[in-house]
Design a protein around this ligand. Structure first.
Ligand SMILES: C[S@@+](CC[C@H](N)C(=O)[O-])C[C@H]1O[C@@H](n2cnc3c(N)ncnc32)[C@H](O)[C@@H]1O
Length: 272
């Protein structure tokens, strides 16, 4: 495992965390995989994950060279391969890569999975049509990763990212004593259905500054949406009616969405 020799402390901690995370989630290998997010039918406009695919499906994905960065257990890789994209995917964690690989084999999908750090990519320059980053940029060094993303994307290539986010003002409320010490621990089980949510020591929600710096790489902005004002903060995503109201509110108050949202979805053509 050559990669481990050159890992930063942050990467090493991520790797360790995800070793346990993969072991605790091996059951996904026995679950049926759902492609509902790309199947015909009504779209769940209120849901960030569905909105990401609504954007990606506009791209006529068949035959497109797509890179999934920080692929985890491979959900996005499988879904995009299913709709005909030529998918390559990587993750820092060999344990997650192994799960993703087994899932692809089970689904008879031809996807190249590799263990790699986002900050130093081992792919040719100007190769990919689309790079997808879901819940990964807040685990990595953004500047280094983006320099690599720009390098491996073709001219006119698309970046789509969907990340947890918090405006610095809203974050002050989140980390106020009363919320952090009293309300949040009480809500954790309700929101995540577990006492210990999936949060690594080094992950940091994107700030408005991070989003602005990411937007600098985008030459033609095609999609920028904020999600989850109270959803995932104090209400779980599975409560559909509240999720719809939440997203409707963010749409009506679109000027304030960057202040209120806790997730950001961006898609567009990256400048070379
Ligand atoms: C929150 S998970 C997201 C996984 C997947 N994108 C998804 O949405 O299901 C974060 C992933 O980032 C990976 N990761 C953390 N640091 C990384 C790095 N520097 N390079 C590549 N992957 C990394 C972890 O191993 C983990 O699988």
């Amino acid at each position: 495992m050559q990669l481990n020799e050159v890992l930063t402390d942050r990467q090493q901690r991520e790797l360790e965390y995800h070793k346990d995370h993969a072991a605790a989630n091996e059951a996904v290998l026995h679950e049926d995989f759902s492609y509902d997010v790309v199947e015909p039918g009504p779209r769940r406009w209120w849901n960030q994950y569905w909105a990401m695919y609504t954007y990606l499906l506009e791209k006529d994905l068949a035959g497109k060279k797509v890179l999934i960065i920080g692929a985890g257990f491979g959900e996005d890789a499988l879904v995009l391969a299913k709709v005909g994209a030529e998918v390559k995917a990587f993750d820092l964690s060999p344990d997650s890569v192994s799960i993703a690989q087994k899932r692809a084999e089970k689904e008879s999908l031809d996807i190249e999975f590799r263990q790699m750090a986002a900050e130093k990519l081992d792919y040719d320059s100007d190769y990919f049509d689309i790079v997808v980053a879901r819940d990964i940029l807040h685990h990595v060094e953004i500047e280094e990763t983006m320099s690599e993303v720009r390098r491996v994307l073709k001219k006119g290539g698309i970046l789509c990212f969907n990340e947890i986010y918090s405006h610095s003002i809203t974050d002050r409320i989140r980390y106020s004593k009363i919320v952090d010490k009293w309300l949040y621990p009480k809500m954790t089980r309700f929101i995540y259905q577990q006492d210990k949510p999936y949060i690594t020591e080094d992950e940091e929600k994107l700030s408005e500054k991070d989003v602005n710096s990411l937007l600098e790489s985008i030459e033609i902005l095609e999609c920028r949406k904020y999600f989850n004002c109270v959803v995932t903060r104090i209400i779980p995503e599975r409560l559909v009616l509240i999720s719809k109201l939440d997203q409707a509110l963010l749409r009506v108050l679109s000027v304030f969405a960057p202040l209120l949202g806790s997730r950001v979805l961006v898609g567009g053509v990256v400048g070379k």
